[in-house]
Ligand binder design. Structure first.
Ligand code: FES
Ligand SMILES: [Fe+2]
Length: 455
């Protein structure tokens, strides 16, 4: 039976699945549910196909570089990756590269990564330095980007120090993330973020550290990879093991202006499952424990799988954040609350550790880099960020043990991606067809992309 609530943009009813809705599920939460989870903002943006050339054409990629990557606010690194004056991260996006530098205490700058003499890339790696000196002929700049040395200065009477500073991109920070924008006319980051910081007030991503960071090359356009993480409609086909405990097609999709989210409830069975699991079965599937295995956390009298697994998660957080965990709802521990800030930044909400980023692999539009950051809370002094694990296109996610069970799930997702790219190149159909509601976050991304790239 189809039910409906209202499409925020048009006031039209939106289609939805049979089964318990996310808001109805929240009504059963034994703890107070935060207001932010009570928001609903469905937005249906038509049902037109998305042209395949957005994924396959070189020309589209080049327009994307020109009109998107050169103009948009984008996540470059975490502040903790540049803790000291002189610490820097090399951030590459398509054919562009920036040195994101802690230029002074409390100040971050992003320099175009190219020498003003004959153009050599200034920094080949992230690290820490006391000046920016080009390895070719030795031109040097201080950490503010002011010219500080030209070997044999007498031969450059035509170089005016005052205008020979390193060109910069704009920099903004939020939640411990450093963003850059190459567009000198861009408005401030805070304006671009809109209400997103308000959504995250309670979850405070600032006071987390990089417990794990995995970066993998995938043979698919960056949007093919990204979109596999923007809907739960693929769970039945790609991750069928999750159907007993995931309300995949009962996900709630909310779209605001530059950000959106999809909330997929955990500890509740999919309407696609075809049989009705007991609460104990839901919990066994969630924890991946077979019926013949002993180490099973027994459900309390009348306890649901959601409550039991939230209680376990609450105890895992208690030693680090204290008894505040008793004010957090079950939903915040159990549900998959995946936010997206246009165009490619995906911090999960609530007390989940995941942040994704997707971007082209250098200037190649047929491969991309998918990154997973695990941001964990800490006690006392901030721990050092974990070293990045780099995986090539043929490496399996399971080669990154820091991902735990997630690695197997990502492996299932990655299995499809190169084949999606292949299919998009060889199909007779000129566009992809999206579900009206369940894939509305994908459509929203393309809607904005169209505005930015095609203007
Ligand atoms: S290219 Fe950098 S000093 Fe010559
Ligand atoms: Fe998936």
């Amino acid at each position: 039976m189809a039910q409906s609530d209202e499409n925020a943009a048009s006031g039209e009813p939106r289609p939805r699945s049979a089964g318990i809705s996310y808001q109805e599920l929240l009504d059963t939460d034994p703890y107070p549910v935060p207001e932010v989870l009570r928001l609903t903002s469905p937005r249906l943006l038509g049902n037109d196909d998305i042209p395949n050339d957005r994924y396959t054409s070189r020309e589209w990629h080049e327009r994307e570089v020109e009109h998107l990557w050169r103009r948009v606010w984008q996540f470059a690194c975490r502040e903790e990756q540049i803790p000291h004056v002189g610490s820097h991260v090399v951030y590459d996006i398509a054919n562009l590269s920036f040195i994101v530098m802690r230029s002074a205490p409390g100040e971050i700058k992003a320099f175009y990564n190219a020498c003003l003499h004959r153009g050599r890339q200034l920094k080949d790696h992230s690290g820490r330095c006391s000046e920016i000196r080009c390895p070719f002929h030795g031109f040097a700049w201080d950490l503010q980007g002011n010219l500080s040395d030209i070997p044999a200065r007498w031969d450059f009477p035509h170089v005016d120090d005052a205008v020979f500073s390193l060109p910069e991109a704009k920099v903004g920070t939020w939640g411990g993330f450093v963003f850059i924008n190459p567009d000198p006319d861009a408005g401030p980051l805070q304006e671009f973020l809109g209400d997103m910081p308000t959504h995250f007030e309670r979850w405070n991503l600032q006071d987390r550290y990089i417990q794990g960071h995995v970066s993998k090359v995938i043979r698919a356009n960056w949007k093919v990879a990204q979109e596999a993480f923007c809907e739960s409609y693929h769970v039945g086909g790609t991750h069928p093991q999750a159907l007993p405990y995931l309300g995949d097609i009962n996900s709630q999709v909310d779209v605001w202006d530059t950000f959106a989210r999809i909330i997929t409830p955990g500890g509740t069975a999919s309407p696609l499952l075809g049989w009705e699991p007991t609460e104990e079965e839901i919990l066994r599937y969630m924890l991946d424990i077979r019926v013949d295995e002993e180490n099973f956390v027994a459900l309390g009298e009348g306890q649901t799988a959601r409550a039991a697994s939230a209680a376990a998660a609450r105890e895992r957080w208690r030693p680090v954040v204290g008894d505040g965990v008793d004010t957090w709802s079950d939903a915040e521990f159990i549900d998959n609350i995946d936010y997206t800030l246009f165009p490619n930044f995906h911090p999960w909400g609530a007390y989940n550790r995941i942040v994704y980023r997707f971007r082209p692999n250098g200037d190649d539009h047929r491969t991309c880099i998918m990154e997973v950051f695990l941001l964990a809370p800490f006690e006392g002094e901030r721990p050092l960020p974990a070293k990045t694990t780099h995986l090539g296109p043929d490496d399996e996610w399971t080669a990154a043990p820091e991902l735990g069970m997630l690695a197997k799930v990502f492996q299932q997702d990655s299995f499809n991606m190169p084949m999606v790219q292949k299919g998009l190149e060889q199909t007779a159909k000129p566009g992809v067809t999206l579900a009206s509601y369940q894939e509305s976050k994908v459509r929203w991304l393309h809607h904005l992309l169209g505005e930015w790239v095609e203007g």
